[in-house]
Design a protein around this ligand. Structure first.
Ligand code: ZN
Length: 418
């Protein structure tokens, strides 16, 4: 079930890092210093406030009027632009938007969720309701992935991996169209159909968000092993992009084409195919017809060692896939395997499993998935020593507002930035 955007007016709430509560309370008494602190914060962050469309954005927010709203006894101030009259709510970092949950608890709950603990267990450990945890993740997901990632200074991906994860909603099959580049998820969506129309509707959301950031945005290459319908939708949405097939999938698939033969024969053929592909990768100048010849020879070899039926099956499969392999081999910048996409899907899968209790046709699947994707991108969770302690955004060369992942999440998913 597609969730239509419920937002009726612009969300202009920003989260500001006041370092500690004492600083915030001291600043509350000094209107001028308060505004200056926020301007310095914005400057350091390198972001601009989202003024109204008619406003050039260059206007000052200094002479703003403010309102006090009580939220758990804490005064929340609002700033107003003197030109366009846009009002910005300034949330101090120790307050969550619309939520009574303390950020410390939210931090623990989200970290545990991301680490693979079930929503229910996170809730019991931190003494909150599972539904509150679910809503917290959904709230993060109201901000788009492209918006947040570009706020971190990441360039839009010119090469990426795209595929759909298969999942279930109650008894129905559902699909999660995904776009991954390196260690970050650029798109994670939810559809009930695997038709080209449904997938196009999903991937176009990414394309639209990206084009809004950069009107000249062009995709050069996409690696995918999805359905024919996803190939069709990607081809329509990103004309001129190379559409390659994953070489690792090819290796995994080969044994399934070889039936009724002894296991050692199958293994030997697989390793021969592996050698063929890795040699092709090393030889950058390998011409298409040379590779075609090798693939033909390989199919012949299959026919002689594993029988004519297997040979025929492999030949047909190669015929079907080889164009996609050529495209991977022809451009050195093309991703070669979809391993990183599989890893992202596996990480999300664990959360979807525990989300089952919330998974119903009227749920907020899209917001929830986007929230999970923000966690995937921003929580430091690298297993290998090379990038230990970094989050996906950092691994890809992005910059973050602070050293604190939770604070980053709060600041970056704020709605008040342009
Ligand atoms: Zn303005």
């Amino acid at each position: 079930m597609r969730n239509t955007a419920r937002q009726t007016r612009d969300n202009r709430t920003i989260t500001v890092d006041f370092h500690d509560e004492a600083t915030y309370f001291k600043l509350l008494d000094d209107r001028k210093a308060f505004v200056e602190f926020i301007l310095t914060f914005l400057l350091a962050l390198g972001v601009h406030l989202k003024h109204k469309a008619t406003c050039g954005g260059g206007c000052l927010t200094r002479h703003s009027h403010y309102m006090r709203v009580r939220l758990g006894g804490i005064a929340i101030w609002r700033l107003q632009c003197t030109t366009c009259r846009a009002v910005f709510t300034v949330l101090p970092h120790f307050v969550l938007r619309y939520r009574s949950m303390s950020p410390e608890i939210a931090r623990h709950v989200l970290f545990a969720t991301h680490g693979g603990l079930s929503l229910e267990r996170c809730a019991v450990l931190c003494n909150v309701s599972p539904m509150a945890v679910y809503r917290l993740v959904c709230a993060l997901g109201h901000q788009g992935l492209v918006t947040v990632l570009t706020r971190c200074g990441l360039p839009l991906p010119t090469y990426f991996l795209a595929d759909e994860k298969h999942s279930q909603c109650l008894a129905a099959r559902v699909y999660l169209p995904t776009i991954v580049s390196g260690r970050v998820i650029w798109h994670l969506d939810y559809t009930e159909h695997a038709s080209a129309a449904a997938l196009t509707e999903s991937y176009v959301a990414f394309q639209r968000a990206a084009s809004q950031q950069e009107p000249s945005y062009r995709v050069r290459g996409i690696l995918t092993d999805g359905f024919d319908s996803s190939l069709k939708s990607l081809r329509t949405l990103f004309p001129g992009a190379r559409l390659g097939n994953c070489l690792r999938h090819a290796l995994i698939k080969l044994p399934t084409k070889l039936t009724a033969i002894a296991s050692p024969v199958r293994k030997a053929l697989r390793s021969r195919f592996h050698t063929l592909l890795s040699r092709a990768r090393q030889r950058k100048g390998l011409r298409v017809f040379a590779l075609g010849q090798r693939l033909r020879r390989f199919a012949d070899h299959v026919a002689t060692t594993a029988g004519a039926a297997n040979g025929q099956r492999v030949r047909r499969w190669v015929q079907d896939k080889k164009a996609g392999w050529y495209r991977v081999l022809a451009d050195p910048r093309m991703p070669v395997t979809s391993t990183l996409l599989d890893q992202a899907h596996n990480a999300i899968d664990r959360k979807l499993f525990m989300m089952k209790g919330f998974h119903h046709p009227k749920g907020s699947q899209q917001a929830f998935l986007r929230g999970l994707a923000h966690l995937y991108n921003l929580v430091p969770y690298q297993r290998r020593a090379q990038h230990a302690g970094q989050c996906g955004v950092e691994v890809e060369g992005g910059t973050l507002p602070t050293r604190d992942w939770f604070l980053n999440l709060q600041i970056l998913t704020s709605g008040g930035f342009r």
